[in-house]
Write a protein that binds this ligand. Sequence first.
Ligand code: B12
Length: 214
Amino acid sequence: MTDADIIAMITELVISLDEEKAITAVQNALDEGYDPLEILQKGVLAGLRVIGDKFGSGEYFLPELMMGADLSEACTNKIMARIPEQANASRGVFLLGAVQGDLHDIGKSLVLRQISLAGYKVYDLGINVPSMTFIDKAIELNADIIGLSAFLDATRPYYSEVINYLRDMGLRNKYKVIIGGVASSAELSESIGADGWAPDAPSAVRLCDKLMGH
Ligand code: B12
């Protein structure tokens, strides 16, 4: 099998919701020395994206969506165990949470991990985070950047709620606010007055570096 075949096989096993075989295939690929991030992005997450599309088009239902999420998380945890933690964190302080009402956290965890690896001190505020909690924590932890993650049309308004609260409290210039997740886009970022948007974890790192002047 070629490298591309092995990655494609992982994608297929994720799409077909075969948890046991998917985890074994990920483990084997890791043991054979494949790049962990390649296995993650092009294998596991590519499969999860197809599951989301099938759910969106009515081919898969909520149980399949949940199984897909669980098996992707199990694979992601295995892969992340191969990526070293960052010891020295001096590039800035970054807070990230899923906005109020939003329970999607797989993308958020990847962003946190990559930003931590890039040398930032990171704090995970978790999921379903009320807008004022982002602000309270930013003050408490002396954050540089607040990251807002949202995946639903229904939770998109909370991006601007956080920004508006900051503005009302006279704190808008104290923190950079960046947005991400499927509910976001560059245009949205621009229109709500965020400091930036990024489509994935590597570009989130580049965005933070740019905002911090690194
Ligand atoms: C997995 C999943 C779930 C899981 C979540 C499990 C978990 N622990 O996270 C479960 C089963 C719980 C779930 C529930 C629901 N889901 Co859902 N879910 C998904 C799915 C398939 C994948 C999301 C995901 O984790 N992707 C993996 C990540 C790694 O991919 P990614 O987005 O590329 O991640 C990158 C970027 O987003 C970015 N990023 C993320 N956050 C941030 C933050 C910042 C600051 C930055 C800069 C970047 C950034 O970096 C990430 C890493 O590279 C999506 C489909 C999709 N296309 O996204 C639907 C999807 C988001 N869900 C959807 C829906 C409808 C729901 C439910 C309402 C279903 C229901 N009827 O109950 C509930 C809502 C729950 C809630 N209140 O939040 C819809 C949303 C539709 C809409 N437009 O509103 C989608 C799009 C599916 C679809 N096609 O219909 N879901």
